[in-house]
Structures are given as C-alpha cells and as structure tokens.
Design a protein around this ligand. Structure first.
Ligand SMILES: Cc1cc2nc3c(=O)[nH]c(=O)nc-3n(C[C@H](O)[C@H](O)[C@H](O)COP(=O)(O)O)c2cc1C
Length: 279
C-alpha cells in the first residue's frame, strides 16, 4: 500500500518554491491545481484552496545526524532552535515552519529502524562501505535480513546459497589479511558474512551465489547497514578456516556493520552509455 498526505494552501506557487527549492523535494506529480512532492518514501500533496490546512506535524527523517545538521544550516532562519537530542524518543531533531505556518520536524532516529527506503533510493543510495562504527549488529536485525534474503532468485529455484556469519575476532583478522588492501575493510567492521553456494544443489553455483550476495547487500543497506564486496575470496585457505567444503563457491566475504558515514557516490556513466542498441 502507498499513500499521500494532502493539504490545502492559499498560495500554491509559494509552497512549491519552498518545498522544491528549500527542502529539495522532487515534484512527483503536477496535477495543475495540486502538486505532489516526494522526499524518500514520503509523498506530500498541496492543492490550491480558499484557506490553508496547517494542523499536524510534517516530519522529515534522515539516515544520519549530519543530514539533520545540514537541513538546519539551510533553514536556520525559519527554525525554532538548534537540533537537540530528545531522549524520550531517542531522536535528534529540530522544528521549523513552512511559509504558511505548518510545523515541520527534521530528525534522525538514534536507534536502528526497520527498512523504510523506496526501491529507487535503495538502489541508487547503496554504497560500498569501508569504515564502520563499533556498534554490533543486533541478532534480530541479522535474522530479519536473512528472512528477506530467502527471496533471491536461483536457477530452477534451487535455493542453493547459504550465509556464514562471522564474529570471531581472530577469524575476522585472518580474513582481512587474505587480499591485502582489497580485503582490509573486513577488519574495520564488527562482523563479516560469507555468502556461499553448494554446487550439488544447483547447476549454476556462481550465478546463484553472486545474486544472493547482492540481495544480501541491498537488504543490509535497507536496514541501515553497510557492506563491501570483497573479491576473490573463493580460496582454499578461506574455505578451510570457515569450515566450508572445498567444492562450494564463496561469492564474497563482506564486512557488515553501521557505516561511520555514507561514502560519496563514485562517478557513474550516463544511462545511455550502458546501452548498446542493435542497428
Ligand atoms: C565484483 C566486485 C569486486 C569488488 N572487489 C572489491 C574488493 O576486493 N575490495 C573493495 O574494497 N571493494 C571491492 N568492490 C567494491 C567496488 O570498488 C565498488 O562497488 C565500486 O567502487 C563502486 O562503488 P559503490 O559500490 O559505492 O557504488 C568490488 C565490487 C565488485 C562488484
């Protein structure tokens, strides 16, 4: 199910200017007398009317404290006061007003939250993370990730992949040293996960394993967790140490943890450059 919250406004043009330019929402749909804006998974509609609806609170939430601070820098002239921690709700927040006096709240949660990202934001926002906070990954979060990973596609629905969670510090140290700088990010995280595939259960162990690994990385990101594909970990020494049969395929061993910060997006080619049309 999806939804939109609608408000009436006396001045659609002024509201458009504020929500698009100041709050950097996107115009999701222009219906003429109504405009619908998008911020992450939130859809907000404003329709021209005789008077304005101003009741309630419109809350924007962000992945990290720094994003709330950035919004405060932008909106300090319409903000009530600087961002503060609210222990009651374990959030970091500040309040501001839109041009018609609606209360706006900008916040981040100071505890893990269940997934909320929309598909595009998830696919475009995932980054390879190489620097992690010490905070452990809660067992419940890990189980929720594995629950979603049941839905990865596999050849003939073989469901041939499996995950090996690794928390032992010596094991993490061992793994992080396998491939020099390439595998070093493993040491920075509180845990790692090997994503493997059993060739006795599928004719396509590499494809099944690689897809499951990417499925895992996206699901982890949806839960606020970072990962990083570490290549060429399908090695005898890794399998021996992790007690994985030598004929099994190890797609990757990824670090897993909460990012220190979300890395900048590395440059990407234009969409058309990825497409080779047949003349
Ligand atoms: C097949 C593959 C192998 C990779 N190997 C490594 C690696 O060994 N070590 C590492 O730190 N990152 C590795 N990466 C991560 C890439 O460097 C990263 O995906 C790329 O720079 C784009 O950044 P992004 O993932 O943040 O979009 C690998 C990624 C892929 C898909």
């Amino acid at each position: 199910m999806s939804g939109i919250n609608f408000f009436t406004t006396r001045d659609l043009e002024k509201i458009e200017d504020f929500y698009l330019n100041e709050l950097e929402m996107e115009l999701w749909l222009d219906q003429g007398e109504c405009s619908i804006f998008k911020h992450g998974n939130m859809l907000l509609g404003f329709c021209q009317g005789e008077n304005e609806h101003t009741q309630g609170v419109i809350t924007f939430f962000y992945r990290r404290k720094e994003h709330v601070d950035e919004m405060y820098e932008k909106l300090s002239d319409v903000a009530e006061e600087e961002p503060v921690e609210n222990e009651n709700f374990q959030i970091y927040q500040f309040f501001a007003e839109d041009p018609e006096g609606r209360t706006l709240e900008f916040q981040t949660f100071l505890h893990p939250v269940d997934p909320y990202l929309g598909g595009e934001e998830l696919l475009q926002g995932r980054r390879s993370v190489r620097d992690y906070r010490e905070k452990k990954v809660p067992e419940e979060t890990l189980l929720n990730i594995f629950e979603t990973c049941r839905y990865a596609p596999t050849s003939r629905n073989s469901q041939s992949y499996y995950f090996v969670p690794i928390e032992d510090e010596d094991m993490i140290e061992f793994l992080s040293k396998r491939r020099g700088g390439n595998s070093a990010p493993i040491r920075k995280a509180p845990m790692a996960v090997a994503i493997c595939c059993d060739p006795e259960e599928t004719g396509r162990p590499k494809q099944d394993g690689d897809i499951a690994a990417y499925h895992f990385m996206l699901t982890a990101w949806a839960h606020g967790l970072g990962t990083c594909w570490i290549a060429a970990m399908d090695r005898d020494d890794v399998k021996e140490e992790l007690n994985i049969s030598e004929d099994h395929y190890v797609a990757t061993v990824t670090p897993l943890g909460y990012p220190v910060k979300v890395p900048e997006t590395p440059s990407r080619k234009e969409a058309e450059e990825f497409v080779k049309r047949i003349d």
